[in-house]
Ligand binder design. Structure first.
Ligand SMILES: Cc1cc2nc3c(=O)[nH]c(=O)nc-3n(C[C@H](O)[C@H](O)[C@H](O)COP(=O)(O)O)c2cc1C
Length: 163
């Protein structure tokens, strides 16, 4: 079974989280979306995909420029994570993760790893569906001290899918 962690990151925060998630799950393929195409993503059995949020609730630039129409993920297990700023961008906190999840679902992905909004403080987010985040929300701008614990708890939750 092949698994990759794929991330888009402007300043390195999402990249750091991607590397931490991969290392804790023993995944060696950690790929920057800026460097790969849809065929590369399609070659994996399972994926963990992460994006930060830019603009006002937008995908990180490299994901924003990515051609999702080439993705074919029918029935594949995929988990998403997002990096945002719940204080300065409280109305669009981690909304990019919601957009990423939507694009991956449209490509056929079977999304796993939703997370309770308990412990987060924000006004609104496109990443919340049925009162839960569609994946792991992280905030290194205000709560970096919680990032590793949040990742650990999430990994406990999703490990059986990706081990
Ligand atoms: C101009 C600008 C716009 C941003 N817009 C949002 C936003 O809409 N929602 C959010 O949650 N975070 C927003 N952020 C915060 C970033 O997502 C956050 O700093 C993140 O850690 C960046 O991760 P990266 O280095 O992996 O790109 C914004 C930051 C900047 C500088």
């Amino acid at each position: 079974m092949s698994v990759a962690v794929v991330y888009g990151s402007a300043m390195g925060n999402t990249e750091g989280a991607a590397n931490m998630i991969a290392s804790k799950l023993g995944i060696s393929d950690v790929l920057n979306i800026a460097d790969i195409d849809a065929a590369k993503i399609n070659s994996y059995d399972k994926l963990i995909c992460g994006t930060s949020t830019w603009g006002s609730g937008d995908l990180q630039d490299d994901w924003d420029g990515f051609d999702f129409s080439g993705l074919s993920l029918s029935g594949k297990t995929v988990a998403v994570f997002g990096m945002g700023d719940s204080e300065s961008y409280s109305d669009t906190f981690c909304s990019g993760m919601g957009k990423l999840a939507e694009n991956l679902k449209n490509a056929g992905a079977n999304l796993v790893g939703e997370v309770s909004t308990d412990g987060y403080s924000f006004e609104a987010s496109d990443a919340v569906v049925n009162d839960k985040f569609v994946g792991l929300a992280l905030d290194n701008d205000n709560q970096e001290d919680q990032t590793e614990a949040r990742i650990d708890a999430w990994i406990d939750q999703i490990r059986s899918y990706f081990a």
